[in-house]
Design a protein around this ligand. Structure first.
Ligand SMILES: Nc1ncnc2c1ncn2[C@@H]1O[C@H](COP(=O)(O)OP(=O)(O)O)[C@@H](O)[C@H]1O
Ligand SMILES: [Mg+2]
Length: 253
């Protein structure tokens, strides 16, 4: 059965697209069949994170019924498929829940996971993606305001009967003023399903249009993204040995 999981956040810039591109990579490593969809049509950038800048057909064409979804599916070298969004202003549109549902439905079948990169906040665009998906992951930074946002998202998920899988804390720096994990879990009554530390390799990887799991396979953040993927796939996380990581690195570059 295909799991349709939306990645949401209260604020923009917290790491949704980074999580989607790295989970897609790490789940592909676990031999899962994954499709990553850019459903953030106002500030779309999944294609940029993944190095697919020019696409003849995008999710906008599919939503407007000018293309069928199979024509907007691109193969990423990491093994997953991507439905990118057009980044130009003239293609600006806000999708409706039922048209998104239609697209997601057409992607089910042989895929194990459909990962949805959604708009930040609680506006119409974000709501449509949460309503159309079956499950939700919330990304936040370890700051207090982010918690109240996450709580509102949790309420939305409840309203739309979208299963709330929990929270991914991103850009953790272990600074004393950061909110603690137990505070997060207690306040939201949701599990923390992963944490990813602040890691400059993430920024370098994005500049190189490659998910960090691929770009710097042995980095701390890459291992942390893999850990979240293993949890989603219901597999035990086994860190790869230093030697294997080195071999991967040599083979890639
Ligand atoms: N774990 C991390 N360590 C360092 N920088 C990060 C990390 N996660 C995200 N970033 C930075 O934050 C920026 C925004 O991330 P992005 O995934 O595009 O956010 P969103 O999709 O939520 O708007 C990235 O371009 C990157 O520079
Ligand atoms: Mg984004």
């Amino acid at each position: 059965m295909t799991r349709i999981i939306v990645v949401s956040s209260g604020k923009g810039g917290v790491g949704k697209t980074t999580l989607v591109s790295n989970l897609a990579t790490a789940l592909s490593e676990l031999n899962r069949n994954v499709i990553a969809v850019d459903a953030n049509l106002t500030t779309s950038n999944l294609g940029l994170h993944l190095g697919i800048p020019l696409y003849p057909k995008t999710i906008q064409d599919v939503l407007k019924r000018k293309a069928v979804v199979k024509d907007a599916l691109y193969y990423h070298p990491a093994g997953f498929r991507v439905v990118p969004a057009d980044v130009s202003l003239k293609k600006l549109m806000i999708p409706k829940t039922d048209t998104l549902l239609d697209v997601f439905y057409k992607l089910t079948g042989d895929a194990d996971f459909v990962l949805i990169d959604s708009a930040a906040g609680l506006g119409r665009e974000a709501k449509a993606a949460i309503e159309a998906a079956d499950e939700m992951i919330t990304v936040t930074n370890p700051e207090l305001p982010a918690l109240t946002d996450a709580l509102k998202l949790a309420k939305l998920a409840e309203r739309y009967e979208t299963k709330n899988l929990g929270v991914v804390l991103n850009r953790v720096k272990n600074e004393s003023h950061e909110i603690s994990e137990s505070d997060v879990e207690e306040f939201l009554n949701l599990p923390i399903i992963g944490r990813v530390h602040e890691d400059r390799n993430v920024r370098k990887a994005i500049a190189n249009k490659t998910p960090v799991v691929m770009y710097k396979s042995g980095s701390r953040s890459a291992q942390q993204f893999r850990q979240i993927a293993a949890r989603l796939a219901g597999e035990e996380y086994r860190p790869r040995s230093f030697l294997i990581e080195k071999l991967f690195g040599w083979l890639r570059f």
